[in-house]
Design a protein around this ligand. Structure first.
Ligand code: FES
Ligand code: FES
Length: 177
């Protein structure tokens, strides 16, 4: 059973189920028919379920772990999944992942992509990371070390991190400011 309340996912309304315990991740995969967002650990430890939500300040989209989020928390708000990331064929970051071998099995990739888009927006807004906590934002570029630290919540069991970081650096280094 669903209600007449909804979450907007990639521009389309998805009715909320009656059961308020349904996670946003399960809403996407089981109710909205969008299996791109992956369930790895289902307990906030791997980042595979990362999606983007409308910014609370009305600005950039923010990254969240959809497995730790109840769908009802996002009633009336907008969610972007990997299926809605690109305006055209592929997002520039997806192109970069291909160019830099940023995946092997691909299971972590949707979460990596959404997380990196949100990560770049965080860096732009000046949200501090451990790497940059002691310097002012104007003094730093989005370095490889900073990317690794900011993306540390997204695990890759295939060990494709080198290509992942290279793809993100190609897309956002310097442009993240
Ligand atoms: Fe959400 Fe692992 S499935 S963090
Ligand atoms: Fe297989 Fe990352 S590409 S888990």
């Amino acid at each position: 059973m669903t209600t007449d309340r909804s979450v907007t996912v990639n521009g389309d309304p998805v009715p909320l189920p009656d059961d308020p315990r349904v996670s946003l991740l399960d809403l996407l995969r089981e109710y909205a028919g969008l299996p791109g967002t992956k369930k790895g650990c289902d307990q906030g430890a791997c980042g595979a379920c990362t999606v983007l939500v409308d910014g609370r300040t009305g600005g950039d989209r923010e990254r969240i772990l959809s497995c730790l989020t109840l769908a009802v928390q996002y009633e009336g708000r907008s969610v972007t999944t990997v299926e809605g990331l690109a305006d055209g064929d592929l997002h520039p970051l997806q192109e970069a992942f291909i160019d830099h071998d940023g995946f092997q099995c691909g299971y972590c990739t949707p979460g990596q992509l959404c997380s990196a888009v949100g990560m770049a927006a965080e860096a732009r807004r000046g949200v501090p990371s451990h790497v940059t906590a002691d310097v002012t934002r104007s003094e730093v570029e989005l370095t490889t070390a900073e990317i690794r630290e900011r993306m540390s919540g997204n695990l890759c069991r295939c060990g494709a991190h080198h290509g992942i970081v290279a793809a993100i650096a190609t897309t956002y280094a310097g442009a993240g400011r």
